[in-house]
Design a protein around this ligand. Structure first.
Ligand code: FES
Length: 345
């Protein structure tokens, strides 16, 4: 198996200064557009999902959920955001930093606990986020005991198949131990799940799991319009597509002969390959599990991609499965090289 390649993940919650709402309407619209265009300029560099917390929290208005290859990208994004005129009216309400990694517990029978080394958000309407800290006595329990307690957790989670869990690890990186982010379409399902989990043994070792933030997924422009003020609905084209519908995602020099790279297109992670000087792009997520296909191996003679986890094979040109566990094709993208830029769409 290829070496574990993790992502850094950040949940940045922003609160707007109410003074912004008293600015002239034309200025508000201009500032929203500048803010959105600034975020758009980071598209190929990280995965970014936007959520509004207007109407669900009094102390936060906007969530930028980010997943990148390194901390510096997160830093550059925040510097750029706060350098805009609208950014000068935002303050950080909450910030949770962590990384993806494999669980130390085994969940062989539970597809919901596939290893999540690459953040791949679903399209659910709601995201429920909270930081999480276990009490120290939890870590003093024998590993087998903790595994049994986690098995109970999984059994309860299985009763709520509509709720999907993302677990981020923050040990040593931030104040909490984990950030948990549940995706779902029905807040009632999540409420019932959390109530039932309270009765589990593992829950008795929880030291802190607040604040809980209920976030509503929407495009950046829609999220900005939930802040009030002049609307920017006319700028709904968030994706920085070129005239031909393709978007620059990397430089040719970043993907050498025989190499690969994970890039981002809007809210999707894409695996980019250079096979014999020709570039191919497909979804970074294997259709069998959650392996990152950019970490797979391509046979240059057959152009068959082998998944790094269970050996699933795909035809890189078409995405069709060509062996191993996957049965569904992986999505492929058009690729074009213009000068030094690789464009995908
Ligand atoms: S995750 Fe199993 S074959 Fe790719």
């Amino acid at each position: 198996m290829a070496k574990e390649r993790r992502q850094v993940v950040r949940f940045l919650f922003l609160k707007l200064d109410p003074a912004w709402r008293r600015l002239p309407a034309a200025e508000q619209a201009e500032q929203k557009e500048e803010f959105g265009r600034t975020i758009k300029s980071f598209h190929a560099k990280l995965l970014l999902r936007t959520y509004s917390t207007v109407g669900t929290r009094g102390d936060s208005d906007l969530l930028l959920w980010q997943a990148a290859e390194n901390l510096e990208t997160l830093q550059r994004l925040e510097t750029a955001v706060f350098s805009t005129r609208l950014g000068s009216y935002f303050s950080v309400a909450y910030s949770y930093l962590g990384m993806t990694r494999k669980s130390i517990y085994q969940f062989p029978d539970d597809p919901k606990h596939e290893e999540q080394l690459v953040v791949q958000p679903a399209d659910n309407k709601y995201l429920f986020v909270y930081p999480f800290v276990k009490s120290r006595p939890w870590y003093a329990l024998p590993k087998e005991h903790r595994q049994t307690a986690m098995d109970e957790h999984v059994r309860i989670g299985r009763k709520y198949p509509s709720i999907r869990l993302n677990t981020i690890y923050s040990y040593g990186l931030d104040d909490q131990e984990h950030v948990v982010a549940f995706e779902g379409d029905d807040p009632g399902d999540f409420l019932d799940l959390v109530m039932e989990l309270r009765e589990s043994e593992a829950s008795s070792y929880t030291l802190r799991d607040t604040p809980t933030l209920v976030c509503i997924q929407m495009s950046l422009w829609e999220a900005l319009d939930t802040l009030g003020g002049a609307t920017v609905q006319q700028f709904l084209d968030l994706a920085p597509a070129a005239a031909n519908g393709l978007t620059p995602v990397a430089d040719v020099s970043e993907v050498p002969l025989g190499g690969s790279k994970r890039v981002y297109l809007g809210t999707d992670a894409i695996a980019l390959f250079n096979v014999g000087g020709k570039f191919y792009a497909c979804s970074d997520r294997c259709t069998h599990g959650r392996a990152s296909l950019s970490e797979g191996v391509v046979d240059p003679t057959t152009c068959i991609l082998t998944c790094p986890w269970h050996g699933g094979k795909f035809e890189l040109a078409t995405g069709r499965p060509a062996g191993g566990p996957p049965v569904a094709p992986v999505k492929t993208y058009n690729v074009k090289v213009e000068g030094e830029r690789i464009l995908v769409g």
